[in-house]
Design a protein. Structure first.
Length: 144
């Protein structure tokens, strides 16, 4: 995808008497190398801030809902804590997939008990320690 902006890719749900099929037909998975599933211990846990200078990520809620915060990093050594935060809610019922390009940090919080978030990455796990930038969950603050 190599887009410099985060993007929401629409999905859908097809239902009939047999049940349902959830899909995101516009998601080109050719760059994906691995995936993992996140399920927070409770509704207070915030995963983040974690950023990737090189890697891209795609996020899809399998069940429940997640609050998602995004920040485009201005300086990887000493980022400004006042960077604007983009806030989104992703839900399983909406079926949208969030694309986050390289250059962003993310923070996630489950908005419902037992919510699950599927994450796709474009590099193998052996690359993860080379492009893993972490800040405390309260590091980035929006301008008042």
């Amino acid at each position: 995808m190599n887009n410099s902006q985060h993007t929401l890719i629409p999905g859908g749900i097809a239902k009939d008497e047999r049940g349902q099929i959830r899909f995101v037909n516009d998601f080109d998975m050719s760059e994906v190398k691995r995936f993992y599933l996140i399920k927070n211990a409770d509704l207070q846990v915030i995963r983040g801030w974690r950023g990737h200078k090189i890697e891209q990520r795609w996020f899809y809620v399998i069940s429940g809902a997640f609050r998602v915060n995004l920040v485009e990093i201005d300086d990887w050594v000493n980022p400004s804590p006042n960077l604007p935060i983009k806030r989104l809610i992703l839900t399983a019922s909406e079926g949208r997939l969030l694309y986050v390009p390289a250059g962003y940090a993310t923070a996630f919080q489950a908005a419902e008990n037992n919510a699950e978030l599927l994450v796709y990455a474009d590099y193998g796990v052996e690359h993860a320690p080379l492009d893993d930038h972490i800040w405390p969950s309260n590091y980035f603050q929006e301008f008042s």
